[in-house]
Design a protein around this ligand. Structure first.
Ligand code: GTR
Length: 423
Protein backbone atom coordinates (compact mmCIF):
# COMPACT_ATOMS: atom_id res chain seq x y z
CA UNK A 1 0.00 0.00 0.00
CA UNK A 2 1.28 3.45 -0.86
CA UNK A 3 0.81 6.01 1.87
CA UNK A 4 0.40 9.64 1.11
CA UNK A 5 2.54 12.15 2.98
CA UNK A 6 -0.53 13.43 4.75
CA UNK A 7 -1.43 9.92 5.95
CA UNK A 8 2.06 9.63 7.32
CA UNK A 9 1.51 12.78 9.32
CA UNK A 10 4.21 14.73 7.51
CA UNK A 11 2.35 17.98 7.80
CA UNK A 12 2.16 17.68 11.56
CA UNK A 13 5.88 16.98 11.71
CA UNK A 14 7.22 19.64 9.36
CA UNK A 15 9.70 21.60 11.47
CA UNK A 16 10.05 25.37 11.64
CA UNK A 17 12.41 26.73 8.99
CA UNK A 18 16.01 27.27 10.10
CA UNK A 19 16.97 30.83 10.93
CA UNK A 20 17.88 32.39 7.60
CA UNK A 21 21.11 33.99 8.78
CA UNK A 22 22.95 30.84 9.83
CA UNK A 23 26.06 30.68 7.64
CA UNK A 24 27.30 27.51 5.98
CA UNK A 25 29.73 25.65 8.29
CA UNK A 26 32.82 26.70 6.32
CA UNK A 27 31.78 30.37 6.53
CA UNK A 28 31.69 30.46 10.31
CA UNK A 29 34.51 32.19 12.19
CA UNK A 30 37.24 30.12 13.79
CA UNK A 31 37.14 29.98 17.59
CA UNK A 32 40.04 27.94 19.01
CA UNK A 33 38.67 27.38 22.53
CA UNK A 34 35.09 26.80 23.74
CA UNK A 35 33.00 29.80 22.61
CA UNK A 36 31.93 31.83 25.66
CA UNK A 37 28.56 30.49 26.66
CA UNK A 38 27.32 33.91 27.79
CA UNK A 39 28.22 35.82 24.61
CA UNK A 40 25.51 35.89 21.93
CA UNK A 41 26.09 35.69 18.18
CA UNK A 42 25.80 39.45 17.97
CA UNK A 43 28.56 39.76 20.62
CA UNK A 44 26.29 40.84 23.48
CA UNK A 45 27.49 39.69 26.88
CA UNK A 46 24.66 38.15 28.90
CA UNK A 47 24.66 39.17 32.55
CA UNK A 48 21.20 38.25 33.84
CA UNK A 49 19.00 35.19 34.03
CA UNK A 50 16.32 37.08 32.09
CA UNK A 51 18.63 37.86 29.17
CA UNK A 52 19.87 34.30 29.23
CA UNK A 53 16.37 32.84 29.03
CA UNK A 54 15.07 35.32 26.47
CA UNK A 55 18.04 35.59 24.18
CA UNK A 56 21.02 33.28 24.54
CA UNK A 57 19.32 30.03 25.59
CA UNK A 58 16.86 30.02 22.64
CA UNK A 59 19.70 30.99 20.30
CA UNK A 60 21.79 28.05 21.48
CA UNK A 61 18.86 25.69 20.99
CA UNK A 62 18.56 26.89 17.39
CA UNK A 63 22.28 26.50 16.80
CA UNK A 64 22.38 22.93 18.13
CA UNK A 65 19.45 21.99 15.91
CA UNK A 66 20.85 23.58 12.80
CA UNK A 67 24.48 22.47 13.03
CA UNK A 68 24.37 19.25 15.00
CA UNK A 69 21.25 17.25 15.88
CA UNK A 70 18.71 18.46 13.34
CA UNK A 71 15.32 20.07 13.89
CA UNK A 72 13.58 19.47 17.17
CA UNK A 73 10.30 17.80 16.08
CA UNK A 74 6.97 19.10 17.25
CA UNK A 75 5.01 17.37 19.97
CA UNK A 76 2.50 14.98 18.36
CA UNK A 77 -1.14 16.11 18.53
CA UNK A 78 -2.41 12.64 19.33
CA UNK A 79 -1.33 10.61 22.32
CA UNK A 80 -2.89 7.46 23.77
CA UNK A 81 -1.58 4.94 26.26
CA UNK A 82 -2.68 1.38 26.93
CA UNK A 83 -1.44 -0.73 29.83
CA UNK A 84 -0.39 -4.12 28.40
CA UNK A 85 0.15 -5.82 31.75
CA UNK A 86 0.65 -4.95 35.36
CA UNK A 87 2.23 -7.09 38.07
CA UNK A 88 1.67 -5.51 41.48
CA UNK A 89 3.81 -8.14 43.19
CA UNK A 90 6.99 -7.89 41.17
CA UNK A 91 10.47 -7.76 42.73
CA UNK A 92 9.58 -10.06 45.65
CA UNK A 93 6.49 -7.97 46.25
CA UNK A 94 8.50 -4.77 46.63
CA UNK A 95 7.37 -3.16 43.41
CA UNK A 96 4.88 -2.97 40.58
CA UNK A 97 5.97 -3.63 37.02
CA UNK A 98 3.93 -2.61 34.04
CA UNK A 99 4.37 -2.08 30.34
CA UNK A 100 2.51 0.60 28.48
CA UNK A 101 1.93 0.86 24.74
CA UNK A 102 2.08 4.46 23.62
CA UNK A 103 0.57 5.57 20.34
CA UNK A 104 1.22 9.15 19.29
CA UNK A 105 0.36 9.67 15.69
CA UNK A 106 -1.47 8.21 12.74
CA UNK A 107 -1.61 4.38 12.81
CA UNK A 108 1.39 4.13 10.47
CA UNK A 109 3.70 5.79 12.98
CA UNK A 110 5.84 3.65 15.25
CA UNK A 111 4.49 2.79 18.68
CA UNK A 112 6.56 2.99 21.77
CA UNK A 113 6.61 0.52 24.66
CA UNK A 114 7.44 1.94 28.06
CA UNK A 115 8.43 -0.47 30.82
CA UNK A 116 7.81 1.05 34.24
CA UNK A 117 8.80 -0.25 37.67
CA UNK A 118 7.53 1.52 40.76
CA UNK A 119 8.34 0.93 44.47
CA UNK A 120 5.25 -0.27 46.34
CA UNK A 121 4.12 1.98 49.17
CA UNK A 122 6.55 4.76 48.23
CA UNK A 123 4.62 6.62 45.58
CA UNK A 124 4.57 9.08 43.98
CA UNK A 125 8.21 8.20 43.41
CA UNK A 126 11.06 10.03 41.72
CA UNK A 127 11.77 8.28 38.43
CA UNK A 128 14.77 7.53 36.24
CA UNK A 129 13.79 7.38 32.60
CA UNK A 130 15.74 6.57 29.47
CA UNK A 131 16.15 4.51 26.33
CA UNK A 132 17.73 1.06 26.13
CA UNK A 133 19.73 -0.58 23.34
CA UNK A 134 18.10 -3.95 22.68
CA UNK A 135 14.49 -4.08 23.88
CA UNK A 136 12.68 -4.06 27.21
CA UNK A 137 12.79 -7.86 27.47
CA UNK A 138 16.59 -7.87 27.89
CA UNK A 139 16.49 -5.79 31.09
CA UNK A 140 14.25 -8.19 33.07
CA UNK A 141 13.49 -11.90 33.34
CA UNK A 142 9.78 -11.11 33.85
CA UNK A 143 7.93 -13.31 31.36
CA UNK A 144 5.22 -10.78 30.49
CA UNK A 145 7.57 -8.10 29.16
CA UNK A 146 7.21 -7.78 25.44
CA UNK A 147 9.86 -8.88 22.93
CA UNK A 148 10.09 -6.31 20.09
CA UNK A 149 8.13 -7.30 17.00
CA UNK A 150 10.31 -9.46 14.68
CA UNK A 151 9.58 -6.94 11.91
CA UNK A 152 11.40 -4.23 13.87
CA UNK A 153 15.16 -4.00 13.27
CA UNK A 154 17.35 -4.54 16.35
CA UNK A 155 21.17 -4.43 16.49
CA UNK A 156 22.86 -7.72 15.62
CA UNK A 157 24.98 -7.41 18.77
CA UNK A 158 21.96 -7.80 21.04
CA UNK A 159 21.42 -10.87 23.23
CA UNK A 160 19.27 -13.54 21.63
CA UNK A 161 19.63 -12.03 18.15
CA UNK A 162 20.74 -14.75 15.74
CA UNK A 163 23.51 -13.81 13.33
CA UNK A 164 22.32 -11.92 10.29
CA UNK A 165 18.69 -11.70 11.43
CA UNK A 166 18.43 -8.38 13.34
CA UNK A 167 15.36 -9.81 15.07
CA UNK A 168 14.77 -9.82 18.81
CA UNK A 169 13.85 -13.19 20.29
CA UNK A 170 12.78 -14.77 23.54
CA UNK A 171 16.38 -15.95 24.02
CA UNK A 172 17.40 -12.39 24.94
CA UNK A 173 15.08 -12.19 27.92
CA UNK A 174 16.84 -10.92 31.06
CA UNK A 175 20.29 -11.12 29.48
CA UNK A 176 21.19 -7.49 30.18
CA UNK A 177 19.38 -7.06 33.48
CA UNK A 178 22.53 -5.43 34.89
CA UNK A 179 22.26 -2.40 32.63
CA UNK A 180 18.85 -1.31 34.00
CA UNK A 181 18.76 -3.11 37.40
CA UNK A 182 15.08 -2.56 38.05
CA UNK A 183 14.91 -4.27 41.44
CA UNK A 184 17.92 -2.39 42.82
CA UNK A 185 16.37 0.92 41.73
CA UNK A 186 12.96 0.05 43.18
CA UNK A 187 14.56 -1.05 46.47
CA UNK A 188 16.26 2.35 46.65
CA UNK A 189 12.79 3.94 46.58
CA UNK A 190 12.85 5.08 42.96
CA UNK A 191 10.69 4.35 39.97
CA UNK A 192 12.33 3.57 36.64
CA UNK A 193 11.04 3.68 33.08
CA UNK A 194 12.76 2.51 29.91
CA UNK A 195 11.96 1.89 26.25
CA UNK A 196 13.76 0.43 23.25
CA UNK A 197 15.37 3.33 21.35
CA UNK A 198 14.67 1.58 18.04
CA UNK A 199 10.92 1.80 18.68
CA UNK A 200 11.31 5.40 17.50
CA UNK A 201 14.35 5.15 15.26
CA UNK A 202 16.34 1.99 14.50
CA UNK A 203 20.08 2.63 14.75
CA UNK A 204 21.13 2.29 11.15
CA UNK A 205 21.76 4.78 8.34
CA UNK A 206 20.29 4.86 4.87
CA UNK A 207 16.96 3.24 5.66
CA UNK A 208 13.93 5.48 5.63
CA UNK A 209 12.15 3.86 8.59
CA UNK A 210 10.89 4.70 12.07
CA UNK A 211 10.16 8.36 12.71
CA UNK A 212 12.46 9.37 9.86
CA UNK A 213 9.91 7.87 7.48
CA UNK A 214 7.42 10.52 8.60
CA UNK A 215 9.56 13.32 7.12
CA UNK A 216 9.25 14.52 3.54
CA UNK A 217 11.92 13.40 1.08
CA UNK A 218 13.34 16.54 -0.50
CA UNK A 219 14.55 15.04 -3.78
CA UNK A 220 17.85 16.55 -4.94
CA UNK A 221 17.77 19.08 -2.14
CA UNK A 222 18.07 17.23 1.17
CA UNK A 223 17.72 19.25 4.34
CA UNK A 224 21.19 19.49 5.97
CA UNK A 225 19.44 20.00 9.31
CA UNK A 226 17.00 17.11 8.99
CA UNK A 227 16.08 15.61 12.36
CA UNK A 228 18.77 13.00 13.00
CA UNK A 229 18.68 9.78 14.99
CA UNK A 230 19.89 11.12 18.36
CA UNK A 231 17.25 13.83 18.18
CA UNK A 232 14.58 11.22 17.48
CA UNK A 233 15.71 9.21 20.48
CA UNK A 234 15.61 12.35 22.63
CA UNK A 235 12.13 13.05 21.29
CA UNK A 236 11.23 9.53 22.40
CA UNK A 237 12.38 10.39 25.94
CA UNK A 238 10.00 13.35 25.82
CA UNK A 239 7.13 11.09 24.79
CA UNK A 240 7.97 8.84 27.75
CA UNK A 241 7.81 11.94 29.94
CA UNK A 242 4.41 12.84 28.41
CA UNK A 243 3.15 9.58 29.86
CA UNK A 244 5.03 9.67 33.17
CA UNK A 245 3.63 13.07 34.12
CA UNK A 246 0.13 11.57 33.89
CA UNK A 247 1.01 8.51 36.00
CA UNK A 248 -0.11 8.98 39.60
CA UNK A 249 2.59 6.67 40.95
CA UNK A 250 5.31 8.94 39.54
CA UNK A 251 6.35 12.32 40.92
CA UNK A 252 6.30 14.53 37.81
CA UNK A 253 8.63 17.03 39.46
CA UNK A 254 11.35 14.48 40.09
CA UNK A 255 12.28 12.93 36.76
CA UNK A 256 15.88 12.12 35.86
CA UNK A 257 16.88 11.14 32.33
CA UNK A 258 19.63 8.50 32.04
CA UNK A 259 21.33 6.89 29.08
CA UNK A 260 24.53 5.08 28.21
CA UNK A 261 26.95 6.02 25.45
CA UNK A 262 25.03 6.92 22.25
CA UNK A 263 21.97 6.90 24.48
CA UNK A 264 23.88 9.10 26.94
CA UNK A 265 24.29 11.65 24.15
CA UNK A 266 20.55 11.25 23.82
CA UNK A 267 19.96 11.80 27.55
CA UNK A 268 21.87 15.08 27.53
CA UNK A 269 20.01 16.35 24.47
CA UNK A 270 16.68 15.23 25.94
CA UNK A 271 17.40 17.11 29.16
CA UNK A 272 18.45 20.26 27.33
CA UNK A 273 15.26 20.32 25.24
CA UNK A 274 12.69 19.47 27.92
CA UNK A 275 12.45 21.44 31.16
CA UNK A 276 10.16 18.82 32.69
CA UNK A 277 13.27 16.70 33.19
CA UNK A 278 14.73 17.72 36.56
CA UNK A 279 18.06 15.86 36.53
CA UNK A 280 20.22 14.87 33.56
CA UNK A 281 22.62 11.89 33.67
CA UNK A 282 24.56 11.10 30.48
CA UNK A 283 26.73 8.05 31.24
CA UNK A 284 29.99 7.62 29.26
CA UNK A 285 28.41 9.66 26.49
CA UNK A 286 31.59 11.04 24.91
CA UNK A 287 31.80 12.82 21.57
CA UNK A 288 28.48 14.25 20.44
CA UNK A 289 27.27 14.18 24.05
CA UNK A 290 29.19 15.27 27.13
CA UNK A 291 32.57 15.12 25.37
CA UNK A 292 33.94 18.27 23.75
CA UNK A 293 34.09 18.55 19.97
CA UNK A 294 37.27 20.64 20.42
CA UNK A 295 38.96 17.68 22.11
CA UNK A 296 42.50 17.82 23.45
CA UNK A 297 42.53 14.14 24.41
CA UNK A 298 44.36 12.13 21.72
CA UNK A 299 42.62 8.93 22.85
CA UNK A 300 39.11 10.34 22.51
CA UNK A 301 36.66 9.91 19.64
CA UNK A 302 36.65 12.87 17.25
CA UNK A 303 33.90 14.61 15.29
CA UNK A 304 35.53 13.39 12.09
CA UNK A 305 35.46 9.79 13.26
CA UNK A 306 31.96 9.80 14.72
CA UNK A 307 30.34 11.48 11.73
CA UNK A 308 32.06 8.99 9.43
CA UNK A 309 31.16 5.89 11.46
CA UNK A 310 27.66 7.01 12.47
CA UNK A 311 26.48 9.56 9.88
CA UNK A 312 22.83 9.15 10.86
CA UNK A 313 23.28 10.17 14.50
CA UNK A 314 23.72 13.84 13.55
CA UNK A 315 22.39 16.05 10.80
CA UNK A 316 24.45 16.46 7.63
CA UNK A 317 25.70 19.90 8.70
CA UNK A 318 27.64 18.41 11.61
CA UNK A 319 29.88 16.30 9.38
CA UNK A 320 31.08 19.55 7.81
CA UNK A 321 32.99 20.27 11.02
CA UNK A 322 35.02 17.03 10.95
CA UNK A 323 38.15 18.68 9.59
CA UNK A 324 37.83 21.86 11.65
CA UNK A 325 35.87 21.79 14.87
CA UNK A 326 37.01 25.34 15.69
CA UNK A 327 34.28 26.59 13.35
CA UNK A 328 31.55 25.20 15.56
CA UNK A 329 29.65 28.16 17.03
CA UNK A 330 29.25 26.20 20.27
CA UNK A 331 30.76 23.29 22.09
CA UNK A 332 29.06 20.76 24.33
CA UNK A 333 29.32 23.00 27.41
CA UNK A 334 26.58 25.08 25.80
CA UNK A 335 24.25 22.05 25.71
CA UNK A 336 24.83 21.60 29.44
CA UNK A 337 24.27 25.32 29.98
CA UNK A 338 20.82 25.01 28.38
CA UNK A 339 19.96 22.64 31.26
CA UNK A 340 20.71 25.32 33.89
CA UNK A 341 19.83 25.46 36.73
CA UNK A 342 18.96 21.74 36.72
CA UNK A 343 21.56 19.27 38.05
CA UNK A 344 23.60 17.38 35.45
CA UNK A 345 25.87 14.44 36.31
CA UNK A 346 28.61 13.12 34.00
CA UNK A 347 29.66 9.56 34.88
CA UNK A 348 32.65 7.82 33.32
CA UNK A 349 35.19 5.00 33.49
CA UNK A 350 38.95 5.41 33.52
CA UNK A 351 39.65 2.92 30.73
CA UNK A 352 37.01 4.47 28.51
CA UNK A 353 39.15 7.34 27.17
CA UNK A 354 37.21 7.07 23.89
CA UNK A 355 34.40 8.84 25.81
CA UNK A 356 36.93 11.44 27.02
CA UNK A 357 36.41 11.70 30.81
CA UNK A 358 38.88 14.63 31.29
CA UNK A 359 37.40 16.52 28.32
CA UNK A 360 33.94 16.06 29.84
CA UNK A 361 35.17 17.73 33.02
CA UNK A 362 36.29 20.76 30.95
CA UNK A 363 32.80 20.83 29.44
CA UNK A 364 31.20 21.01 32.90
CA UNK A 365 33.58 23.76 34.01
CA UNK A 366 32.77 25.83 30.92
CA UNK A 367 29.01 25.46 31.50
CA UNK A 368 29.27 26.94 35.00
CA UNK A 369 28.73 30.63 34.05
CA UNK A 370 25.13 29.86 33.03
CA UNK A 371 24.52 28.14 36.37
CA UNK A 372 25.99 31.11 38.23
CA UNK A 373 23.28 33.32 36.70
CA UNK A 374 20.83 31.26 38.78
CA UNK A 375 22.70 32.00 42.00
CA UNK A 376 24.83 28.89 42.43
CA UNK A 377 28.23 30.48 43.04
CA UNK A 378 30.14 27.17 42.87
CA UNK A 379 28.16 24.76 40.67
CA UNK A 380 31.12 22.52 39.81
CA UNK A 381 34.20 21.11 41.56
CA UNK A 382 37.52 22.85 40.91
CA UNK A 383 39.31 19.66 39.95
CA UNK A 384 38.40 16.14 38.79
CA UNK A 385 37.44 14.16 41.92
CA UNK A 386 39.47 11.09 42.78
CA UNK A 387 38.46 7.84 41.14
CA UNK A 388 35.35 6.28 42.67
CA UNK A 389 34.35 9.45 44.54
CA UNK A 390 31.20 11.29 43.47
CA UNK A 391 31.42 15.05 43.16
CA UNK A 392 27.75 15.81 43.77
CA UNK A 393 27.71 19.49 42.89
CA UNK A 394 24.92 20.74 40.68
CA UNK A 395 27.27 19.98 37.81
CA UNK A 396 28.34 16.59 39.14
CA UNK A 397 31.11 14.31 38.02
CA UNK A 398 32.18 10.75 38.68
CA UNK A 399 34.83 8.48 37.24
CA UNK A 400 35.29 4.87 38.26
CA UNK A 401 37.85 2.24 37.38
CA UNK A 402 37.02 -0.07 34.52
CA UNK A 403 35.55 -0.03 31.08
CA UNK A 404 32.75 1.14 28.84
CA UNK A 405 29.61 -0.37 30.39
CA UNK A 406 26.56 0.51 32.49
CA UNK A 407 26.51 -1.49 35.71
CA UNK A 408 24.63 -1.77 39.02
CA UNK A 409 27.53 0.16 40.64
CA UNK A 410 26.95 3.02 38.22
CA UNK A 411 23.30 2.99 39.26
CA UNK A 412 24.38 3.38 42.90
CA UNK A 413 26.01 6.63 41.84
CA UNK A 414 22.95 7.90 39.94
CA UNK A 415 20.87 7.06 43.02
CA UNK A 416 23.29 8.87 45.35
CA UNK A 417 23.09 11.93 43.10
CA UNK A 418 19.29 11.62 43.03
CA UNK A 419 19.19 11.36 46.82
CA UNK A 420 20.93 14.71 47.03
CA UNK A 421 19.03 16.64 44.38
CA UNK A 422 15.56 15.13 44.76
CA UNK A 423 15.40 15.93 48.49
C1 GTR B 1 30.89 3.71 19.84
C2 GTR B 1 30.85 5.17 19.46
C3 GTR B 1 30.64 5.99 20.70
C4 GTR B 1 29.58 5.43 21.61
C5 GTR B 1 29.49 3.92 21.60
C6 GTR B 1 28.20 3.33 22.15
O1 GTR B 1 31.19 2.89 18.79
O2 GTR B 1 32.07 5.50 18.85
O3 GTR B 1 30.39 7.33 20.34
O4 GTR B 1 28.36 5.98 21.35
O5 GTR B 1 29.62 3.40 20.34
O6 GTR B 1 27.10 3.86 21.94
O7 GTR B 1 28.29 2.28 22.79
Amino acid sequence: MRLSLATLGVLAMTPAAAPADFPAPDKLPTVAEFPDVLTTRDRTKITTKKEWEEKRRPELKELFQHYMYGHFPAKPDKFTAKVLFEDAKAFDGKGTLREVEITFGPPEWPKMYLLIAVPNGKTPAACFVGPNFHGNHVVTTHEKVRVPDPKLWVPGSGPGVAKGTNKATEAGRGKQADTWPLQQIVEAGYAVATFYSGDLQPDRPNVREGMRATLPILKGNPDPAETATIMWWAWGCHRAVDFLVTDKSIDANRLAVVGHSRLGKTALLAGAFDDRIAVVIPHQSGCGGAGPSRSKNPKAETVKRITTAFPHWFCANFSQFGDDTTRLPFDQHALVAICAPRPVLFTNAEDDQWANPPGQFDVLRAAAPAYKLYGDAAPVAKAIPEQGKLSAERLGYFVRAGKHSMTPDDWKVYIEFGNKWFK
